[in-house]
Design a protein around this ligand. Structure first.
Ligand SMILES: Cc1cc2nc3c(=O)[nH]c(=O)nc-3n(C[C@H](O)[C@H](O)[C@H](O)COP(=O)(O)OP(=O)(O)OC[C@H]3O[C@@H](n4cnc5c(N)ncnc54)[C@H](O)[C@@H]3O)c2cc1C
Length: 541
């Protein structure tokens, strides 16, 4: 595994200077999974790349998904065979690039009386899914009898259950997948920074030749020069197209998706379930360590893109759907431990409702040369990046006679991974558990460290030796924070608790318990004043 490159907000000034002084082949707007994938693809083909993100990396949609690397079974119903084939095949590739972060996850699809899918249709559907995604061996779909399905998931509704489909998907942490792509792009020379917002474009001979930006920390404005600008701004793509005066033709159609988190003991599913909702939609219930999360909703969204929240109606919809499918469970509002709400940046299609819209990605190039990428899925990020960088490579060939090599991201392991197979990840979790058990840590902590950081766990355990704190858990969380401050460009406590560690969603008690020592560590690290610390505390609360 390559050694991590320093990636710290303490070096902010130097990085800002580099962005303002140098000229780049490609400037990417947006540090979600789309932008991160593009930065890695372009940098690894030898292009000089810069990426700026207006908030934190993955703070848009890319930390708010269902966190599945999946083929999208339901798109078969929409006859979107091309999409299922592409994202279905990508699953195994993305798993191979980071087996500790993209974990195999078997999915159970219960067949119930009057449900969306009958036995025959499910069997055929899953078979087509397997064929399109070239699934082989043990991962091939199985059709289960009622008894077998209940053995796997005793909470299913006995009275109306008729059997189940059982098939293979993968689960990830979307924000960490984004971040590891960004960190890997640094190994190929990309220049990347968060909290820098693109406010306008710079033109030369009527063509986009760079961007005007504002540094969110100092408030300073400056220009970044680049031959090509790719907007991977997700839900904000049309806003930037407006700034570029090119918002015509196809437009985005934003739909909101909400997930709720419950303590695992309140919704103790043994395994992931993809189930029917009475209104004809489908939903996931996914167990993950100490919690189970459920989602999602899919409703049209026209409000503020920077303030997307979970409403009462979203929560009622999700809770009723769960209580309907798992009759022994009686979830209530008070059981909600955490939640997240995100926007799908889909392409508008006349007359289609939110859930009918295709998830296919598209590239728009304006008359002035702004390239925008929208739509798509987390799962397909690598192929999306390949498509848009191919277009830039073609232009560089035509305009400058440069030969740009083909995409090679299929062979670039992401930071944190030097596991050949998933069984090596499991062995490593066991090894880490043995190493930290003496300090009172259980299997959960070892599993959490490895599935979050992979082999970078070594650096966190090194930090652990140097951190002075009595409580081992506090010491470990500060060891993680030290790693994130040095190698993951953390600027605020929310960057740490949401997008570097997922703790706000998956272990909210640890946030409550350790927010004060974490704030104190920030104070020392950035020499922050009381006003700043109070503001961060309020944000956390
Ligand atoms: C509820 C839900 C569930 C989903 N579940 C799945 C799933 O399980 N599997 C799957 O494959 N896909 C899933 N998706 C789809 C997937 O999450 C998205 O396709 C993907 O995250 C979009 O990434 P992005 O990078 O295009 O957008 P974003 O992640 O939103 O990134 C765009 C970034 O651009 C930045 N930006 C915007 N304007 C500017 C500017 N002016 N200057 C600088 N930066 C700017 C934003 O801050 C943002 O971080 C789901 C989506 C939703 C909403």
């Amino acid at each position: 595994m390559e050694k991590n490159i320093q990636f710290s907000n303490k070096d902010r000034k130097e990085v800002l200077q580099k962005l303002s002084k140098e000229k780049f082949d490609v400037l990417v707007i947006g540090g979600g999974i789309t932008g991160a994938g593009i930065a890695l693809d372009a940098a690894s083909r030898g292009l000089k790349v810069a990426l700026v993100e207006k908030g934190d990396f993955a703070s848009g949609t890319s930390s708010k998904s269902t966190k599945l690397i999946h083929g999208g079974l339901r798109y078969l119903k929409q006859f979107d065979f091309w999409l299922v084939k592409e994202v279905g095949s990508e699953r195994a590739i993305v798993h191979k690039l980071a087996p500790h972060l993209v974990l195999p996850e078997k999915m159970l699809l219960p067949l119930i009386e009057n449900g969306s899918y009958g036995k025959w249709l499910t069997s055929i559907g899953l078979k087509v899914y397997d064929i399109l995604a070239q699934v082989s061996g043990d991962d091939k779909r199985k059709m289960l009898e009622k008894k077998e399905a209940l053995k796997l998931e005793p909470l299913l509704p006995k009275k109306i259950l008729k059997g189940a489909g059982y098939y293979a998907e993968y689960r990830t942490d979307d924000a960490r997948l984004t971040l590891e792509n960004i960190k890997t792009s640094l190994n190929y020379g990309a220049t990347v920074l968060n909290y820098v917002e693109v406010t306008d474009f710079r033109y030369k001979d009527d063509l986009v030749a760079g961007v005007e930006v504002k540094d969110d920390v100092s408030g300073e404005k400056f220009t970044i020069n680049a031959s090509y600008v790719i907007s991977a701004a997700g839900p904000w793509v049309d806003k930037l197209r407006s700034v570029n005066n090119s918002l015509k033709g196809k437009r985005l159609h934003l739909t909101k998706g909400v997930h709720l988190v419950f303590p695992h003991e309140k919704l103790p599913v043994k395994q992931s379930v993809y189930f029917d909702v009475p209104d004809g939609r489908m939903m996931f219930a996914i167990p993950r360590g100490k919690i189970t999360y459920v989602g999602t909703t899919d409703t049209d969204y026209l409000e503020d893109k920077d303030q997307v929240t979970t409403d009462l109606a979203d929560a009622i919809y999700l809770i009723s759907a769960v209580n309907n499918m798992f009759p022994g469970i009686n979830l209530e509002m008070e059981d909600i431990e955490s939640s997240w709400a995100g926007l799908r940046p889909l392409i508008h299609e006349e007359g289609k409702s939110a859930s009918e819209l295709s998830r296919k990605d598209e590239i728009f190039t304006s008359e002035t040369g702004l390239i925008s990428m929208a739509g798509g899925k987390l799962t397909g990020y690598r192929k999306m990046a390949e498509r848009v960088v191919n277009q830039v490579a073609q232009k560089l060939k035509e305009e400058e006679g440069r030969e740009i090599p083909e995409c090679k991201t299929e062979t670039i392991s992401l930071c944190g991974s030097d596991f050949k197979k998933f069984k090596h990840v499991k062995q490593y979790i066991k090894e880490i558990h043995e190493r930290i058990a003496g300090e009172g840590f259980g299997h959960y902590q070892a599993w959490y460290l490895v599935t979050n950081y992979g082999k970078q766990t070594e650096q966190i355990l090194d930090n652990y030796q140097n951190i002075k704190a009595k409580d081992p858990e506090e010491r470990m969380i500060l060891a993680e924070l030290e790693f994130g401050l040095s190698f993951e460009c953390i600027l605020t406590p929310l960057d740490f608790f949401i997008r570097r560690t997922g703790r706000l969603y998956f272990d909210i008690h640890s946030v409550r318990q350790f927010s004060e020592p974490v704030l104190e560590y920030f104070r020392k690290h950035f020499n922050s004043d009381k006003k700043q610390i109070d503001a961060w505390r309020e944000e956390l609360e």
